[in-house]
Design a protein around this ligand. Structure first.
Ligand code: DC
Length: 233
């Protein structure tokens, strides 16, 4: 096949449901999935394991450049992530890991170090890219750009449900505080702040179920892309 594989970018703040939507789209289309947040989480974890300060930009960027990570799809499309050979899929999902990720994600040298690694995920038959700057910086020429938003209180509730299902206990009030802090850091940072691309389709998911969000995204995908017949509903 000629040319670049198609990409659908899905950006938005934490707890909005991007991960669930992206997994659904990737499974439905049989496309690859880029969980870019995992790369920032892994960078932070690898730096902490080496006792580096998360503010030490050159050192943390060096970690990002040399990140020894392997993504593999397990049953039901669940992503398995190995850092230096060790399964860390659960370890990087905790709230402290998310906060550490948000700190290293504010460092321009770290973002630059991860740029090409993210673009390398663009392979046939296509890619679903989940993150904060997928449509603005990493894949500015994506075929379709989606941007999800939701009220912070609702996002804290969704995160709480997800963490409880994974047997991680965090209070709802603490999550609301952390989500507010993380939003502020992601939106106000100088390097690739969280914002919709000018040509993104924006959806406020606050009153919606995940099934409704998936249906909306599928409609956009069908309108914008040439979906092969076997994937049509
Ligand atoms: O989506 P997530 O919660 O796994 O992301 C963790 C942190 O990484 C989040 O606070 C912001 C940062 N991030 C980013 O800056 N750019 C991305 N493309 C993805 C995540």
């Amino acid at each position: 096949m000629n040319g670049m594989a198609p990409v659908i970018t899905v950006d938005g703040p934490g707890g909005v449901g991007k991960g669930t939507l992206c997994q659904w789209l990737a499974t439905r289309l049989g496309w690859r999935l880029l969980d870019s947040g995992a790369l920032y989480r892994l960078t932070a974890l690898a730096a902490q394991r080496r006792n580096l300060s998360l503010h030490d930009e050159p050192q943390v960027a060096a970690i990002a450049t040399g990140l020894d990570v392997e993504f593999s799809a397990g049953e039901n499309g669940i992503l398995h992530i190995r850092l230096e050979g060790e399964e860390v899929s659960a370890a990087i999902r905790s709230e402290p890991a998310g906060n550490a990720a948000s700190q290293v994600a504010a460092l321009p040298q770290v973002r630059a170090a991860l740029l090409q690694r993210q673009r390398d995920f663009r392979q046939w038959p296509g890619l679903i890219a989940d993150g904060r700057d997928m449509g603005t910086v990493v894949f500015p020429n994506a075929e379709l750009k989606l941007f999800l938003t939701a009220d912070p209180v609702e996002r804290a509730r969704r995160r709480h449900k997800q963490l409880s299902e994974n047997k991680m206990n965090v209070s709802l009030a603490a999550l609301e505080r952390e989500i507010a802090e993380r939003d502020a850091r992601d939106v106000h940072r100088a390097a690739a702040p969280l914002m919709p691309a000018a040509d993104a389709n924006i959806l406020d998911t606050t009153p919606m179920s995940i099934a409704q969000v998936c249906e909306w995204a599928w409609r956009q995908a069908r309108q914008r892309l040439e979906i092969p017949t076997q994937h049509r509903d």
